[in-house]
Design a protein around this ligand. Structure first.
Ligand code: ZN
Length: 415
Protein backbone atom coordinates (compact mmCIF):
# COMPACT_ATOMS: atom_id res chain seq x y z
CA UNK A 1 0.00 0.00 0.00
CA UNK A 2 1.25 3.48 -0.78
CA UNK A 3 1.61 6.09 1.91
CA UNK A 4 -1.05 8.27 0.28
CA UNK A 5 -4.12 8.79 2.44
CA UNK A 6 -6.87 6.28 1.72
CA UNK A 7 -9.93 8.04 0.40
CA UNK A 8 -12.40 7.66 3.22
CA UNK A 9 -15.92 8.14 2.04
CA UNK A 10 -17.16 8.48 5.57
CA UNK A 11 -20.55 9.81 4.38
CA UNK A 12 -21.29 6.49 2.71
CA UNK A 13 -20.42 4.55 5.86
CA UNK A 14 -22.43 6.87 8.14
CA UNK A 15 -25.44 6.59 5.82
CA UNK A 16 -25.18 2.80 5.96
CA UNK A 17 -24.91 2.82 9.76
CA UNK A 18 -28.07 4.98 9.91
CA UNK A 19 -29.89 2.70 7.47
CA UNK A 20 -28.92 -0.38 9.50
CA UNK A 21 -30.11 1.37 12.69
CA UNK A 22 -33.58 1.74 11.19
CA UNK A 23 -33.86 -2.03 10.89
CA UNK A 24 -35.03 -2.44 14.46
CA UNK A 25 -37.77 -4.06 16.51
CA UNK A 26 -38.17 -0.71 18.29
CA UNK A 27 -39.04 2.74 17.05
CA UNK A 28 -35.87 4.58 15.82
CA UNK A 29 -33.53 5.85 17.19
CA UNK A 30 -33.87 2.91 19.57
CA UNK A 31 -32.17 -0.18 18.20
CA UNK A 32 -33.41 -3.61 19.28
CA UNK A 33 -32.24 -6.50 17.15
CA UNK A 34 -32.38 -9.82 18.92
CA UNK A 35 -30.74 -12.73 17.15
CA UNK A 36 -32.94 -14.59 14.64
CA UNK A 37 -35.76 -12.12 15.17
CA UNK A 38 -37.37 -10.43 12.20
CA UNK A 39 -35.14 -7.32 12.43
CA UNK A 40 -31.96 -9.37 12.77
CA UNK A 41 -32.84 -11.31 9.63
CA UNK A 42 -33.61 -8.15 7.64
CA UNK A 43 -30.36 -6.57 8.88
CA UNK A 44 -28.44 -9.62 7.70
CA UNK A 45 -29.99 -9.28 4.23
CA UNK A 46 -29.06 -5.57 4.14
CA UNK A 47 -25.41 -6.16 5.13
CA UNK A 48 -25.11 -9.12 2.80
CA UNK A 49 -26.29 -6.93 -0.08
CA UNK A 50 -23.64 -4.32 0.72
CA UNK A 51 -20.95 -7.00 0.80
CA UNK A 52 -22.05 -8.45 -2.53
CA UNK A 53 -22.14 -4.99 -4.06
CA UNK A 54 -18.48 -4.66 -3.02
CA UNK A 55 -17.68 -7.87 -4.91
CA UNK A 56 -17.22 -10.01 -1.81
CA UNK A 57 -18.22 -13.68 -1.84
CA UNK A 58 -20.69 -14.29 0.97
CA UNK A 59 -21.30 -17.56 2.80
CA UNK A 60 -22.55 -18.61 6.21
CA UNK A 61 -22.29 -21.53 8.60
CA UNK A 62 -24.96 -23.53 10.40
CA UNK A 63 -25.35 -21.03 13.25
CA UNK A 64 -25.52 -18.05 10.88
CA UNK A 65 -21.99 -16.66 11.26
CA UNK A 66 -21.53 -14.87 7.94
CA UNK A 67 -18.30 -14.58 5.97
CA UNK A 68 -17.72 -12.07 3.16
CA UNK A 69 -14.48 -12.86 1.40
CA UNK A 70 -12.30 -10.63 -0.72
CA UNK A 71 -10.11 -13.07 -2.59
CA UNK A 72 -6.35 -12.66 -2.30
CA UNK A 73 -3.77 -13.16 -5.04
CA UNK A 74 -2.86 -16.38 -3.21
CA UNK A 75 -6.22 -17.94 -2.28
CA UNK A 76 -4.47 -20.90 -0.67
CA UNK A 77 -3.36 -18.70 2.24
CA UNK A 78 -5.45 -18.40 5.41
CA UNK A 79 -7.40 -15.13 5.32
CA UNK A 80 -6.96 -12.09 7.50
CA UNK A 81 -10.24 -11.63 9.34
CA UNK A 82 -12.08 -8.56 10.59
CA UNK A 83 -15.64 -8.03 11.79
CA UNK A 84 -17.98 -7.96 14.75
CA UNK A 85 -21.73 -8.33 15.35
CA UNK A 86 -24.97 -6.63 14.30
CA UNK A 87 -27.35 -8.01 16.93
CA UNK A 88 -28.34 -5.52 19.62
CA UNK A 89 -29.82 -5.84 23.09
CA UNK A 90 -33.27 -4.31 23.68
CA UNK A 91 -33.14 -0.50 23.84
CA UNK A 92 -29.61 -0.24 22.44
CA UNK A 93 -27.79 2.19 20.19
CA UNK A 94 -26.48 1.87 16.67
CA UNK A 95 -22.69 1.71 17.04
CA UNK A 96 -21.93 -1.32 19.23
CA UNK A 97 -20.80 -4.08 16.87
CA UNK A 98 -22.09 -2.36 13.72
CA UNK A 99 -19.05 -0.06 13.55
CA UNK A 100 -16.86 -3.16 13.37
CA UNK A 101 -18.96 -4.76 10.63
CA UNK A 102 -19.77 -1.81 8.37
CA UNK A 103 -16.44 -0.13 9.27
CA UNK A 104 -14.66 -3.34 8.26
CA UNK A 105 -16.55 -3.32 4.98
CA UNK A 106 -15.63 0.33 4.43
CA UNK A 107 -11.95 -0.47 5.08
CA UNK A 108 -12.13 -3.17 2.40
CA UNK A 109 -13.84 -0.84 -0.07
CA UNK A 110 -11.26 1.91 0.53
CA UNK A 111 -8.46 -0.57 -0.20
CA UNK A 112 -10.27 -1.73 -3.33
CA UNK A 113 -10.70 1.83 -4.51
CA UNK A 114 -7.00 2.51 -3.94
CA UNK A 115 -6.22 -0.38 -6.29
CA UNK A 116 -4.67 -2.47 -3.53
CA UNK A 117 -4.59 -6.21 -4.19
CA UNK A 118 -4.19 -8.34 -1.05
CA UNK A 119 -1.94 -11.40 -1.16
CA UNK A 120 -3.96 -13.14 1.53
CA UNK A 121 -7.76 -13.14 1.31
CA UNK A 122 -9.43 -10.59 3.60
CA UNK A 123 -12.62 -11.84 5.22
CA UNK A 124 -15.30 -9.74 6.86
CA UNK A 125 -17.16 -11.69 9.54
CA UNK A 126 -20.58 -11.03 11.08
CA UNK A 127 -20.83 -13.17 14.20
CA UNK A 128 -24.19 -14.53 15.34
CA UNK A 129 -25.55 -13.37 18.71
CA UNK A 130 -22.74 -11.55 20.47
CA UNK A 131 -25.43 -10.39 22.88
CA UNK A 132 -26.92 -12.95 25.27
CA UNK A 133 -30.52 -11.67 24.97
CA UNK A 134 -32.25 -14.67 23.38
CA UNK A 135 -30.37 -17.66 24.76
CA UNK A 136 -28.69 -16.23 27.87
CA UNK A 137 -25.20 -16.79 26.56
CA UNK A 138 -23.01 -14.14 24.91
CA UNK A 139 -20.78 -14.53 21.84
CA UNK A 140 -22.74 -17.58 20.70
CA UNK A 141 -21.36 -17.69 17.14
CA UNK A 142 -17.71 -17.07 17.95
CA UNK A 143 -17.94 -19.31 21.02
CA UNK A 144 -19.12 -22.18 18.82
CA UNK A 145 -16.49 -21.52 16.16
CA UNK A 146 -13.84 -21.80 18.90
CA UNK A 147 -15.55 -24.95 20.27
CA UNK A 148 -15.75 -23.30 23.71
CA UNK A 149 -19.47 -24.06 23.56
CA UNK A 150 -19.93 -27.66 22.43
CA UNK A 151 -22.61 -28.85 20.02
CA UNK A 152 -24.27 -30.72 22.88
CA UNK A 153 -24.43 -27.54 24.98
CA UNK A 154 -25.75 -25.58 21.99
CA UNK A 155 -28.51 -28.12 21.37
CA UNK A 156 -29.63 -27.70 24.97
CA UNK A 157 -30.05 -23.90 24.65
CA UNK A 158 -33.59 -22.56 25.04
CA UNK A 159 -35.09 -19.08 25.08
CA UNK A 160 -37.33 -17.88 27.95
CA UNK A 161 -40.37 -19.52 26.37
CA UNK A 162 -38.58 -22.84 26.10
CA UNK A 163 -38.03 -22.64 22.35
CA UNK A 164 -34.77 -24.23 21.27
CA UNK A 165 -31.82 -22.76 19.43
CA UNK A 166 -32.29 -25.56 16.90
CA UNK A 167 -35.82 -24.36 16.23
CA UNK A 168 -34.84 -20.70 15.96
CA UNK A 169 -31.95 -21.27 13.59
CA UNK A 170 -34.01 -23.53 11.34
CA UNK A 171 -36.69 -20.86 11.07
CA UNK A 172 -33.99 -18.29 10.29
CA UNK A 173 -32.82 -20.48 7.42
CA UNK A 174 -29.60 -21.74 8.96
CA UNK A 175 -29.51 -25.47 8.53
CA UNK A 176 -26.81 -28.11 8.42
CA UNK A 177 -25.01 -29.88 11.21
CA UNK A 178 -23.84 -27.74 14.12
CA UNK A 179 -20.77 -30.00 14.22
CA UNK A 180 -19.41 -28.03 11.24
CA UNK A 181 -19.44 -24.65 13.06
CA UNK A 182 -16.25 -25.28 15.07
CA UNK A 183 -13.16 -24.51 13.01
CA UNK A 184 -9.55 -25.60 13.45
CA UNK A 185 -6.86 -23.29 14.80
CA UNK A 186 -5.52 -21.20 11.95
CA UNK A 187 -8.94 -20.62 10.35
CA UNK A 188 -7.73 -17.01 10.11
CA UNK A 189 -4.10 -16.04 9.77
CA UNK A 190 -4.82 -13.06 12.02
CA UNK A 191 -7.98 -11.31 13.19
CA UNK A 192 -8.64 -7.70 14.17
CA UNK A 193 -11.95 -6.33 15.47
CA UNK A 194 -12.88 -2.64 15.33
CA UNK A 195 -15.25 -1.63 18.15
CA UNK A 196 -16.41 1.38 20.15
CA UNK A 197 -14.68 1.55 23.52
CA UNK A 198 -17.87 1.37 25.66
CA UNK A 199 -15.87 3.29 28.27
CA UNK A 200 -14.95 6.98 28.64
CA UNK A 201 -11.16 6.97 28.55
CA UNK A 202 -10.27 7.61 24.90
CA UNK A 203 -12.64 10.56 24.76
CA UNK A 204 -11.40 11.92 28.10
CA UNK A 205 -7.80 11.67 26.97
CA UNK A 206 -8.65 13.06 23.50
CA UNK A 207 -7.17 10.05 21.74
CA UNK A 208 -8.22 8.83 18.30
CA UNK A 209 -7.84 5.09 18.84
CA UNK A 210 -7.06 2.48 21.49
CA UNK A 211 -4.95 -0.58 20.75
CA UNK A 212 -6.32 -3.36 22.92
CA UNK A 213 -3.60 -5.48 24.50
CA UNK A 214 -5.82 -7.65 26.71
CA UNK A 215 -9.50 -8.53 26.96
CA UNK A 216 -10.61 -9.23 30.52
CA UNK A 217 -13.01 -12.09 31.15
CA UNK A 218 -15.29 -12.97 34.03
CA UNK A 219 -15.69 -16.13 36.07
CA UNK A 220 -18.96 -16.21 37.94
CA UNK A 221 -20.18 -18.52 40.65
CA UNK A 222 -23.37 -19.17 42.55
CA UNK A 223 -22.75 -19.77 46.26
CA UNK A 224 -25.41 -21.18 48.56
CA UNK A 225 -24.92 -21.02 52.32
CA UNK A 226 -27.20 -23.08 54.49
CA UNK A 227 -27.29 -22.39 58.22
CA UNK A 228 -30.01 -22.69 60.79
CA UNK A 229 -32.96 -20.36 61.17
CA UNK A 230 -34.75 -19.45 64.34
CA UNK A 231 -36.36 -16.66 66.33
CA UNK A 232 -34.16 -13.54 66.46
CA UNK A 233 -35.01 -13.14 70.12
CA UNK A 234 -35.50 -16.69 71.30
CA UNK A 235 -32.18 -18.06 70.06
CA UNK A 236 -29.19 -16.59 71.91
CA UNK A 237 -25.89 -15.88 70.19
CA UNK A 238 -23.90 -18.95 71.29
CA UNK A 239 -24.38 -21.80 68.81
CA UNK A 240 -26.08 -19.78 66.12
CA UNK A 241 -25.58 -20.84 62.50
CA UNK A 242 -26.46 -17.55 60.82
CA UNK A 243 -26.18 -17.96 57.05
CA UNK A 244 -25.92 -14.22 56.39
CA UNK A 245 -23.15 -13.73 58.93
CA UNK A 246 -21.23 -16.51 57.14
CA UNK A 247 -21.99 -14.93 53.75
CA UNK A 248 -20.66 -11.59 55.01
CA UNK A 249 -17.33 -13.22 55.76
CA UNK A 250 -17.21 -14.57 52.20
CA UNK A 251 -18.00 -11.15 50.68
CA UNK A 252 -15.07 -9.67 52.59
CA UNK A 253 -12.86 -12.66 51.74
CA UNK A 254 -13.55 -12.11 48.03
CA UNK A 255 -12.72 -8.41 48.32
CA UNK A 256 -9.48 -9.22 50.13
CA UNK A 257 -8.53 -11.94 47.62
CA UNK A 258 -9.09 -9.59 44.66
CA UNK A 259 -7.01 -6.86 46.30
CA UNK A 260 -4.29 -9.30 47.31
CA UNK A 261 -3.10 -9.79 43.71
CA UNK A 262 -1.85 -6.20 43.74
CA UNK A 263 -3.00 -5.89 40.10
CA UNK A 264 -5.35 -3.09 39.05
CA UNK A 265 -6.95 -5.49 36.55
CA UNK A 266 -8.21 -7.96 39.17
CA UNK A 267 -11.77 -7.17 40.28
CA UNK A 268 -14.15 -9.16 42.44
CA UNK A 269 -17.82 -8.40 43.10
CA UNK A 270 -20.76 -9.92 44.91
CA UNK A 271 -23.72 -8.45 43.02
CA UNK A 272 -26.55 -10.65 44.26
CA UNK A 273 -27.27 -11.70 47.83
CA UNK A 274 -30.66 -13.21 48.60
CA UNK A 275 -31.51 -13.84 52.23
CA UNK A 276 -34.09 -16.38 53.39
CA UNK A 277 -36.54 -16.08 54.95
CA UNK A 278 -35.86 -12.33 54.88
CA UNK A 279 -37.78 -11.30 57.99
CA UNK A 280 -36.67 -8.77 60.57
CA UNK A 281 -37.10 -11.13 63.51
CA UNK A 282 -35.76 -14.29 61.90
CA UNK A 283 -32.19 -15.62 61.82
CA UNK A 284 -31.19 -16.09 58.15
CA UNK A 285 -31.24 -19.81 57.39
CA UNK A 286 -30.10 -19.63 53.80
CA UNK A 287 -28.25 -17.19 51.56
CA UNK A 288 -27.74 -17.40 47.84
CA UNK A 289 -25.18 -15.06 46.30
CA UNK A 290 -23.28 -14.65 43.07
CA UNK A 291 -19.64 -13.74 42.66
CA UNK A 292 -18.05 -12.18 39.60
CA UNK A 293 -14.26 -12.20 39.34
CA UNK A 294 -12.54 -10.64 36.34
CA UNK A 295 -8.98 -10.31 35.19
CA UNK A 296 -6.84 -10.22 32.09
CA UNK A 297 -4.77 -13.10 33.46
CA UNK A 298 -6.49 -16.43 33.84
CA UNK A 299 -4.10 -17.90 36.43
CA UNK A 300 -4.38 -14.80 38.59
CA UNK A 301 -8.18 -14.81 38.30
CA UNK A 302 -8.35 -18.51 39.16
CA UNK A 303 -6.07 -17.80 42.12
CA UNK A 304 -8.74 -15.48 43.52
CA UNK A 305 -11.33 -18.22 43.10
CA UNK A 306 -9.05 -20.65 44.94
CA UNK A 307 -8.63 -18.22 47.86
CA UNK A 308 -12.40 -17.80 48.03
CA UNK A 309 -12.83 -21.58 48.09
CA UNK A 310 -10.33 -21.80 50.97
CA UNK A 311 -12.23 -19.12 52.87
CA UNK A 312 -15.50 -21.00 52.26
CA UNK A 313 -14.03 -24.19 53.75
CA UNK A 314 -12.74 -22.35 56.77
CA UNK A 315 -15.99 -20.42 57.39
CA UNK A 316 -18.05 -23.57 56.89
CA UNK A 317 -16.02 -25.52 59.45
CA UNK A 318 -15.87 -22.73 62.03
CA UNK A 319 -19.53 -21.71 61.81
CA UNK A 320 -21.06 -25.11 61.13
CA UNK A 321 -22.85 -23.96 57.97
CA UNK A 322 -23.00 -25.81 54.66
CA UNK A 323 -21.53 -23.93 51.70
CA UNK A 324 -21.89 -25.14 48.12
CA UNK A 325 -20.39 -23.44 45.10
CA UNK A 326 -21.41 -23.79 41.47
CA UNK A 327 -19.38 -22.34 38.61
CA UNK A 328 -21.77 -20.53 36.26
CA UNK A 329 -19.16 -19.66 33.67
CA UNK A 330 -15.44 -19.00 33.32
CA UNK A 331 -14.46 -17.47 30.01
CA UNK A 332 -10.89 -17.13 28.85
CA UNK A 333 -9.11 -13.77 29.22
CA UNK A 334 -7.27 -12.79 26.07
CA UNK A 335 -3.75 -11.58 25.46
CA UNK A 336 -3.77 -9.83 22.10
CA UNK A 337 -1.21 -10.74 19.47
CA UNK A 338 1.98 -8.60 19.50
CA UNK A 339 2.43 -8.73 15.71
CA UNK A 340 -1.09 -7.37 15.10
CA UNK A 341 -0.56 -4.72 17.78
CA UNK A 342 2.65 -3.68 16.01
CA UNK A 343 0.74 -3.40 12.71
CA UNK A 344 -2.00 -1.38 14.43
CA UNK A 345 0.58 0.94 15.97
CA UNK A 346 2.44 1.45 12.68
CA UNK A 347 -0.91 2.14 10.99
CA UNK A 348 -1.98 4.65 13.66
CA UNK A 349 1.32 6.49 13.25
CA UNK A 350 1.10 6.44 9.43
CA UNK A 351 -2.49 7.70 9.61
CA UNK A 352 -1.47 10.51 11.98
CA UNK A 353 -3.82 9.23 14.71
CA UNK A 354 -3.12 9.54 18.42
CA UNK A 355 -3.40 6.28 20.36
CA UNK A 356 -2.67 4.36 23.52
CA UNK A 357 -2.51 0.72 24.46
CA UNK A 358 -5.37 -0.31 26.74
CA UNK A 359 -7.38 -3.17 28.24
CA UNK A 360 -10.88 -4.12 27.07
CA UNK A 361 -13.01 -4.58 30.17
CA UNK A 362 -16.09 -6.03 28.47
CA UNK A 363 -15.70 -9.17 26.46
CA UNK A 364 -16.19 -9.43 22.74
CA UNK A 365 -16.27 -12.00 19.93
CA UNK A 366 -12.49 -11.46 19.78
CA UNK A 367 -12.26 -13.16 23.20
CA UNK A 368 -13.25 -16.41 21.49
CA UNK A 369 -11.62 -15.78 18.11
CA UNK A 370 -8.34 -15.56 20.03
CA UNK A 371 -8.72 -19.28 20.82
CA UNK A 372 -8.38 -20.08 17.10
CA UNK A 373 -6.30 -17.24 15.65
CA UNK A 374 -3.91 -14.47 16.72
CA UNK A 375 -6.26 -11.59 17.54
CA UNK A 376 -6.30 -7.93 18.55
CA UNK A 377 -8.89 -5.18 18.87
CA UNK A 378 -8.98 -1.56 17.81
CA UNK A 379 -11.12 0.81 19.89
CA UNK A 380 -12.54 4.19 18.93
CA UNK A 381 -13.99 6.67 21.46
CA UNK A 382 -17.68 6.76 22.27
CA UNK A 383 -19.27 9.80 23.87
CA UNK A 384 -19.26 9.69 27.67
CA UNK A 385 -18.47 5.99 27.55
CA UNK A 386 -22.20 5.42 27.00
CA UNK A 387 -23.15 2.12 25.36
CA UNK A 388 -26.11 -0.30 25.29
CA UNK A 389 -28.36 2.78 25.27
CA UNK A 390 -30.11 4.65 22.44
CA UNK A 391 -27.91 7.73 23.06
CA UNK A 392 -24.74 5.77 22.34
CA UNK A 393 -22.69 7.95 19.98
CA UNK A 394 -19.43 7.93 18.06
CA UNK A 395 -18.66 10.92 15.83
CA UNK A 396 -17.98 10.49 12.10
CA UNK A 397 -14.42 11.69 12.79
CA UNK A 398 -13.88 8.98 15.40
CA UNK A 399 -15.34 6.32 13.14
CA UNK A 400 -13.33 7.58 10.17
CA UNK A 401 -10.15 7.46 12.25
CA UNK A 402 -10.80 3.87 13.26
CA UNK A 403 -11.58 2.77 9.71
CA UNK A 404 -8.46 4.50 8.42
CA UNK A 405 -6.23 2.67 10.92
CA UNK A 406 -8.09 -0.60 10.27
CA UNK A 407 -7.65 -0.30 6.47
CA UNK A 408 -3.91 0.24 6.81
CA UNK A 409 -3.65 -2.63 9.28
CA UNK A 410 -5.53 -5.05 7.02
CA UNK A 411 -3.21 -4.07 4.15
CA UNK A 412 -0.14 -4.71 6.31
CA UNK A 413 -1.43 -8.06 7.57
CA UNK A 414 -2.68 -9.34 4.20
CA UNK A 415 0.64 -8.43 2.50
ZN1 ZN B 1 -20.26 -5.28 20.80
Amino acid sequence: MTTSQPKLTIDRLIAELMALAKISEAEPPVVTRVVFGEADLRARVYVRGLCEAAGLRVSHDAIGNTFARWEGSDPSLAPVGTGSHIDAIPNAGLYDGCVGVLGGLEAIRVLQELGYKPRRPIELVIFTAEEPTRFGIGCLGSRMMADVLTVQQARALRDKEGRSLEDWRAQAGFTGPLELVAVPKGRWHQFVELHIEQGPYLEEEKLDVGLVTHIAAPASQRIVIEGEGGHAGGKLMPGRKDALAAASELVLALEAAAKSTGAIDTVGTVGVCEVFPGAVNSIPSRVQMTTDVRDIDRARRDGVLAKLAEAANEVSARRGVKISTELINADPPTTCDPAILAALEASAIAAGKSYKRMVARAYHDSSFVSCIAPTAMLFIPCRGGVSHRPDEYASPEWIGGGVHVLARTLALLAG
